[in-house]
Design a protein around this ligand. Structure first.
Ligand code: IPD
Ligand code: CA
Ligand code: CA
Length: 261
């Protein structure tokens, strides 16, 4: 594995796609995909094309899992790409969205990069090498009590069918914490846990591309990832819980009634 080339290619792709997002905000050109709530814009497609071209120029034989095109390639080296995480925000000109790219070798997530071009914030991590925000090392918060936590969550795309279920989890948490936020971009939510802005995050039904890059970043920043029963989080896991580690068990306790779903 050519680590320096993977890292420089990852950075190049994040920057190039981020520039597309930044200059395209305000173009309200969304159409729907598989459900009325699942949007896609010309920017999602343009950013994805740019990312694929940038990476394939260096690694034409690698495999790719991307949100807006079918998976391609058969290789133990795989890139997992969300060209715009936060498409609904983006389509409404709410400037909270990012580009998320992970690199996996033999099933192990080795690199993760998340770039928010609206705040010029680049989160990057390499397995075993720590996590960084704009070049500075980051770490999860030191808050050890759920009652003093700021949490974040997201509403999955089946929220109209299961509104009561999702709202009851939110209700359970707001009784316990300082606050609960919903930003509309799971990748940044996880990065915000990684750098201590949030103490914890939960969401069900994320896709691999929503979380792969930020999983590396969070783990390298000292956080913990699991399902609602405390088992390690996997890329295809449905229940996603992330925290600074210190409030994790308390979060699991709140989620206990919801772990069978
Ligand atoms: C979505 C965002 C959102 C989360 C959804 C994701 P997209 O990704 O991460 O925060 O709640 O579950 O699908 O569609 O903007 O790439
Ligand atoms: Ca996404
Ligand atoms: Ca997306």
């Amino acid at each position: 594995m050519n680590r320096p080339l993977i890292k420089s290619t990852l950075l190049k792709a994040l920057e190039a796609a981020g520039a597309i997002l930044k200059r395209s905000l305000g173009q309200r050109e969304a159409s729907t995909k598989d459900s009325a709530l699942s949007l896609v814009t010309a920017t999602d497609k343009a950013a994805e094309k740019m990312i694929l071209e940038t990476i394939k120029a260096e690694f034409p034989d690698h495999a790719f899992l991307t949100e807006e095109s079918p998976a391609e390639g058969r290789s133990s080296s795989r890139w997992i790409i969300d060209p715009v995480d936060g498409t609904t925000n983006f389509a409404h000109t709410f400037p909270m969205a990012c580009v998320s790219i992970a690199f996996e070798q033999d099933g192990i997530l080795e690199f993760g990069g998340v770039f928010d071009p609206f705040r010029d914030e680049l989160f990057i991590a390499e397995k075993g090498q720590g996590a960084f925000l704009n070049g500075e090392p980051i770490h999860v918060s030191a808050n050890a009590t759920l009652s003093q936590s700021l949490l974040c969550t997201g509403f999955p795309y089946d929220r109209r069918e299961r509104a009561d279920f999702y709202l009851s989890i939110i209700k359970a948490f707001i009784m316990e914490v300082h606050g609960v936020r919903r930003t509309g971009t799971a990748a940044l939510d996880l990065c915000y846990v990684a750098c201590g802005r949030f103490d914890g995050f939960w969401e069900v039904k994320l896709n691999a591309w929503d979380k792969a890059a930020a999983m590396v970043i969070l783990e390298e920043a000292g956080g913990r990832l699991s399902d609602f029963s405390g088992n390690p989080l996997t890329l295809d896991g449905i229940q996603n819980l992330a925290s600074n580690g210190l409030v994790h068990d308390e979060m699991l306790e709140v989620l206990k009634p919801y772990k069978e779903m």
